[in-house]
Design a binder for this molecule. Structure first.
Ligand code: DLL
Length: 431
């Protein structure tokens, strides 16, 4: 049932002891080896040996993405280049990549985290795992590959794209576990429809879908169309990639591998820690990294932590599904809105497909949000103005009721929204 029963069921006192010791070690290691951190800590007149308990961490400064860019390429490296075995980089599409590094031990730890996560999702040695994340500098494919490989499952390194071939491989090789983004899972189901292949023709059992938000409605659609138990996994390149957390089959939050990553949630404006259970920005400190340890890294991801008992028996702390990123938050008429909130509400409508695009424009110097959405295949929009207007009316009313804003909705013809092979682009800003 567990990959590492002792760690996954530690009492909170034992976990605190383990984390405190690892934190002390990490701070001393980082101070001694990374001039960037040494200068920062010195400038605050902190003696690294004064950081003894987890509560002391708030005395340390945050690390932000700009620090990684400023230290490009090797400034945050804590080991000689000869000890680095693998570079990955963030998936940003503009500018230079933000690299992260791994020693042999880091790669082994990553494999361990990912094996633990995938085992939690139900992956076993007998499984056939099709990795449909892209194999590039992006961490998604390699992380999932390492985890499935460590469990001893059969790995099909399919990469993403070539969706027809992807479906044929799933069918012919009897794939049982599909690893990809939630939006690519939807693209796959559409291709299956076009090819006349149904879930009964496949042997899929589990889907592990990370790298972007998966609303409950999107999850249900994937589960229904693929016949899987679809679970989300979370991570980010800067912290090594996937492996930070994953949902267990109870689907009641993402268990964090807190022996590797110490989580905090802070108010993104004041940067003060928020009480457990309150929403804010997730901040992570690596506890076992060798090549590139990070102290109090601001993820920009909005969530909350909760420690209560989980039906799966694990005691690892959980975070709620990521609501969105602070940099994706739309501020509209004074109300903060995340694209994922609009998605959850719109996908409640059975007429709505999961293909949508949020367009931000300015009209008469006022911001405007319009969601373009494709209805499901059986719902024809041509020649049915009353039916379309009724649907749009219901959707806008629902959003007004729950979020308090008035947005535009435009029903668009099938196949007009670009399909995703990785992370879907949901927002186009034309302001
Ligand atoms: O997306 C790593 C990853 C790959 C995680 C495969 C899980 C599976 P980046 O490209 O650096 O790394 O993007 C990280 O993606 O800060 C979140 O905003 C978002 N993200 C990742 N997983 C989830 C998730 C990978 N399960 C950024 N739910 C993060 C919501 C997610 N957002």
């Amino acid at each position: 049932m567990y990959w590492n029963e002792r760690i996954e069921t530690l009492s909170s006192g034992e976990m605190i002891d383990l984390q405190s010791a690892a934190l002390r070690k990490t701070i001393r290691y980082t101070y001694d080896r990374v001039p960037f951190y040494r200068q920062r800590i010195d400038s605050l007149h902190i003696n690294p040996d004064e950081i003894n308990t987890l509560d002391d961490i708030v005395r340390l400064p945050f690390t932000v993405k700009a620090d990684l860019r400023d230290q490009y390429p090797y400034g945050l490296c804590a080991v000689p280049l000869s000890d680095i075995q693998r570079l990955h980089a963030s998936s940003g599409t503009t500018g230079q990549p933000t690299p992260v590094f791994n020693t042999r031990i880091d790669l082994d730890n990553w494999s361990g985290c990912m094996a633990r996560n995938l085992y939690m999702a139900g992956v076993r040695k007998e499984d056939i795992c099709q990795i449909a994340f892209k194999y590039t500098l992006f961490t998604g494919a390699f992380g999932h590959h390492l985890g499935a490989d460590t469990i001893g499952a059969m790995v099909i390194p399919a990469s993403s794209g070539q969706t027809e071939r992807q479906v044929l491989m799933m069918r012919d090789f009897k794939t049982t576990v599909l690893h990809c983004t939630p939006s690519y899972a939807i693209t796959i189901t559409e291709k299956m429809d076009q090819m006349g292949i149904s879930r009964e023709d496949l042997c899929l059992r589990v889907g592990v879908h990370g790298a972007e938000p998966m609303s409950d409605s999107l999850r249900s659609e994937i589960e229904e169309k693929l016949g899987t138990l679809a679970l989300g996994d979370y991570g980010l390149t800067e912290l090594g990639g996937p492996g930070v957390s994953i949902e267990c089959p109870a689907k009641a939050g993402y268990h964090i591998n807190e022996d590797y990553f110490f989580p905090e949630v802070v108010n993104p404006e004041t940067l003060e820690p928020v009480p457990e259970g309150e929403t804010g920005e997730l901040v992570l400190t690596t506890l076992k990294k060798h090549a590139m340890p990070l102290i109090r890294y601001r993820t920009r991801d909005i969530t909350r932590l909760h420690r209560g008992p989980c039906a799966c028996g694990r005691t690892l702390i959980r975070h709620a599904p990521i609501l969105g990123r602070t940099d994706d938050m739309l501020i509209f008429g004074g109300v903060n809105v995340f694209p994922s909130q609009l998605e959850s509400l719109l996908l409640e409508f059975e007429e709505a497909s999961s293909h949508y695009l949020i367009r931000l424009t300015t009209e008469h110097r006022r911001d405007r949000i319009t969601v373009e959405i494709e209805p499901v295949p059986g719902f024809s929009i041509s020649g049915n103005p009353d039916q379309n207007a009724a649907l749009i009316g219901k959707m806008t009313a629902r959003i007004k009721d729950l979020i308090g804003i008035t947005i535009g909705i435009k029903l668009v013809e099938p196949n007009t929204i670009p399909r995703s092979e990785g992370k879907a682009k949901r927002v186009v800003d034309e302001r």
